[in-house]
Design a protein around this ligand. Structure first.
Ligand SMILES: Cc1ncc(COP(=O)(O)O)c(C=O)c1O
Length: 363
């Protein structure tokens, strides 16, 4: 048998999955628990799948401490569909909603919200090329909700603390790229959602955690597949869900629990990010971080080299050493190392060693 050669995977999403979860899926691929079928081949109405989705929800509730007055939804259409579903479901006709723009993803959410109704920009950090958190917010105390993105995957800017909405204004968060990477207080959110393909599974599912009183806002004429209330009532099984992706989410959540839960995963993620930022900061300006220090993402480390030619050389030399996904997003350029939950400290150590050698050679 040839030796298994896994990549040092710094992809921004879909991203690496824990080896343990992949191996478990491999073992169960042809015969899931004595059914003689894979999870891809069983009915979404079967007892086996019911157990899979219920257990994934129970593990998520335990890890995040989700209170009983919140529903957990497994949705389709990618995180991008949430940009439309949120205003359609949760912004009453004629009401205005507040949005904070800190990068490409919150900007896209605003563009969809604007098509559908009144949208107020509470802050926009465009003038600093999305490298920081907003110094102040222009908040509307009557807003239908305050929306923000906790981690801007492309720019590498992360809120480690939630923005504070005015009393009574529900907080809504796109947590796609830092979901279950650290503990958080779910009760601060009226709706928190995440595409799972970065920290907790493969592409194909969005997890939504919604406070039940928000479901009362859903208009009666909502198309079924876009209706949060219906998805909650039907326990995400109104139609055929992405069964295999949900199964993989379940396996990743079990892996996080085994590691010690969100406090343990946060310590692991922080150690990786600290090592990488330290290497950038100690390079004497050869590597330049994009985000300001207090806004630095622990998930997506964005940085630049003195010129684009060197950046291209960096990406291609890294690839030869089996380090994948280091090119920055096409809209921003530069370099980006995404170091989600499944990335091991040893992967980051390998990258850091390469960065130091690269600087010696080209610096
Ligand atoms: C923060 C954030 N929000 C939303 C999205 C859109 O996700 P999807 O491709 O699942 O629609 C992404 C994708 O990378 C993202 O990083």
């Amino acid at each position: 048998m040839t030796e298994l050669k896994r990549a040092h995977n710094f992809n921004a999403g879909p991203a690496g999955l824990p080896l343990e979860a992949l191996l478990k899926a491999q073992v169960e691929l042809l015969d899931y628990q004595g059914t003689g079928m894979s999870v891809m081949e069983i009915s979404h109405r079967s007892k086996e799948f019911e157990n899979i989705i219920n257990e994934a929800e129970a593990d998520l509730r335990e890890l995040l401490g989700i209170p009983a007055n919140y529903s957990v939804l497994f949705l389709q259409g990618g995180a991008s569909l949430q940009f439309s579903m949120i205003p359609m479901n949760l912004r009453p006709a004629g009401a205005s909603a507040d949005y904070i723009i800190t990068g490409a993803w919150s900007k896209k959410a605003v563009q969809e919200a604007q098509k559908l109704g009144v949208t107020h920009i509470a802050a926009d950090t465009k003038e600093s090329n999305y490298n920081r958190l907003p110094p102040k917010l222009d908040l509307d105390s009557k807003a239908a909700y305050l929306y923000y993105c906790s981690n801007e995957t492309i720019h590498g800017v992360e809120f480690l603390n939630e923005p504070q909405p005015p009393d009574g204004v529900p907080l809504i968060c796109d947590g796609s790229s830092d979901f279950v990477s650290r503990p958080l207080d779910v009760t601060k959110y009226a709706y928190l959602y995440a595409g799972v393909q970065k920290n907790v599974g493969p592409a194909g599912v969005v997890i939504g955690i919604i406070r039940d009183d928000m479901l009362e806002r859903v208009p009666a004429n909502m198309p079924v597949m876009l209706d949060y209330k219906l998805q909650a009532t039907e326990k995400s099984l109104y139609n055929t869900p992405p069964c295999f992706a949900i199964y993989m989410v379940g396996l990743v959540l079990k892996w996080i629990k085994k590691l010690g839960g969100l406090t343990a995963i946060e310590a692991r993620n922080k150690a990786k990010a600290d090592l990488l930022y330290q290497t950038i900061d100690q390079s004497g300006g050869f590597f330049k971080g994009h985000a300001q220090v207090e806004a630095r993402s622990r998930m997506n480390v964005t940085f630049r080299l003195p010129n684009e030619e060197l950046e291209a050389t960096f990406v291609s030399e890294a690839k030869k050493l089996n380090m994948i996904g280091l090119k920055g997003h096409r809209s921003v350029g530069g370099l980006r190392a995404s170091i989600y939950n499944a990335v091991e400290l040893s992967d980051v150590e390998t990258l850091v060693q390469f960065m130091q050698e690269f600087q010696k050679k080209y610096g």
